[in-house]
Design a protein around this ligand. Structure first.
Ligand code: CA
Ligand code: CA
Length: 145
């Protein structure tokens, strides 16, 4: 799909939320938008995670917000570095914030709020360091599905 799902301004808001979140923690956050996701949303998110090379962070602390807009599906997944440190249900608050906004049709608010919350929550496990590197681009990616 084209990047026209979001306006230029909306894209900037989302990218800016990623920058803010990454200023709070060492986690690397990305957003991917598909139109369709006929199968399992967690499988689709894991495929995108791998195809974007998101497992290539030093601390294995990449986070992907995956949205299939036409099928109204959403998933947030983290790499193994995160899953080995955080308690079960770690993503529930983030998911709740995002899906509440999405159900009202507010995609930008859902993503920006979820991303900021993600940064705040990850801070305790992956603090930001002064020599932090932006390991993964903050730009939104769009799938062909
Ligand atoms: Ca970083
Ligand atoms: Ca980044």
């Amino acid at each position: 799909m084209s990047s026209r799902f979001f306006t230029a301004d909306e894209q900037r808001q989302i990218v800016s939320a990623i920058e803010s979140a990454e200023a709070n923690c060492s986690g690397e956050i990305r957003v991917h938008i598909d139109r369709r996701c006929p199968g399992n949303v967690l499988d689709a998110a894991a495929d995108v995670f791998a195809s974007l090379g998101m497992q290539k962070t030093a601390l294995r602390n990449g986070v992907l917000f995956y949205v299939a807009v036409d099928d109204r599906k959403f998933a947030v997944i983290g790499d193994c570095g995160i899953n080995s440190k955080v308690p079960d249900g770690f993503w529930n608050d983030v998911k709740a914030v995002v899906t509440a906004e999405f159900s009202a049709g507010r995609y930008v608010d859902g993503l920006t709020k979820g991303i900021i919350l993600c940064g705040e929550q990850l801070k305790a496990y992956f603090p930001h360091s002064e020599d932090d590197i932006d390991e993964l681009p903050n730009e939104i990616t769009y799938g062909n599905k």
